[in-house]
Design a protein around this ligand. Structure first.
Ligand SMILES: Cc1cc2nc3c(=O)[nH]c(=O)nc-3n(C[C@H](O)[C@H](O)[C@H](O)COP(=O)(O)OP(=O)(O)OC[C@H]3O[C@@H](n4cnc5c(N)ncnc54)[C@H](O)[C@@H]3O)c2cc1C
Length: 235
């Protein structure tokens, strides 16, 4: 389902998302508690419907190297509830996942693995979360899941038109939307950032994340352990 001109929402369902029973009782087969929980989605080779999945190794990971026909990309769990596992895919001009999502319709298959881990943010008086379009699902989930008395800033670098969906957040969390990374660097000095009270979360293009981290460390005085950062993709 297209929820914005450049954003496709997938709702995945399947028996694997159900519950299982053991001696201790009934458990959900999959859980997602963190705003940036990640699933690996496995796509068919272009022009084919066959999805190649990795072989599972004895320790529960994947046998490496992966077969060349295994194609996967990482996506944030936007929501996991009775409706299914929800993932929002940003459409790029080209790309296996983008191309697949562009023509996705009900009944098509995709492989999914995860989330394998779930990390919570530390308790912090203030949050500063900055991400580009690929981080829109995580920033959206973060805004929805912060406590009502949370303070801070969420900065979304959307990279151009086509992603205009509302981003909810508690009253004292400012949501700032900018077009390009350079605009984000311009707004940062105007934000009330106290490096000793703020925890920063950064995600997006690797070079962008590295430069934002350097800025926070060198210009704002953030300690290393007050920044969590992830490169989501590379130019
Ligand atoms: C932990 C994690 C969570 C992520 N969560 C999400 C999510 O929830 N939603 C989402 O849409 N993406 C998310 N991403 C990013 C996504 O995995 C990548 O953007 C992926 O490369 C897209 O695959 P593709 O097949 O469409 O394009 P690819 O085949 O990988 O790339 C094709 C071309 O598009 C360019 N490209 C790739 N990604 C982007 C981008 N984000 N912006 C602009 N150009 C790009 C590449 O440089 C290349 O030129 C996440 C990544 C990580 C690591």
């Amino acid at each position: 389902m297209l929820i914005a001109p450049r954003l496709v929402r997938l709702v995945l369902s399947g028996a694997q998302l159900d519950v299982f029973d053991d001696d201790a009782g009934r458990h959900p087969a999959v859980a997602s508690t963190g705003f940036d929980d990640v699933v690996l989605l496995f796509f068919p080779q272009p022009g084919s419907e066959r999805i190649a999945l990795p072989k599972v190794s004895a320790d529960g990971g994947f046998e490496r190297p992966l077969d060349t026909d295994v194609i996967f990309r990482e996506y944030t769990v936007r929501r996991l509830d009775a409706t299914g596992l929800v993932v929002d895919i940003v459409l790029h001009d080209v790309g296996v996942a983008s191309d697949w999502a562009r023509r996705a319709e009900s009944g098509m298959f995709v492989g999914a693995v995860g989330p394998r881990v779930s990390r919570a943010l530390p308790c912090t008086p203030k949050i500063l979360a900055i991400g580009d379009s690929a981080a829109l699902p995580a920033l959206s989930r973060l805004g929805e899941s912060l406590p009502r008395d949370a303070e801070g800033d969420i900065v979304l670098i959307d990279g151009g038109p086509g992603l205009e969906i509302p981003l909810a957040a508690p009253t004292r969390v400012n949501v700032v939307r900018v077009r390009e990374a350079v605009d984000a660097r311009r707004v940062l000095p105007g934000l009330d950032i106290d490096a000793n009270r703020t925890y920063a979360w950064l995600a997006g293009e690797s070079g962008l994340v590295t430069s934002l981290r350097s800025y926070l460390r060198n210009e704002c005085g953030f300690a290393r352990d007050r920044i969590q950062f992830t490169g989501y993709w590379r130019t």
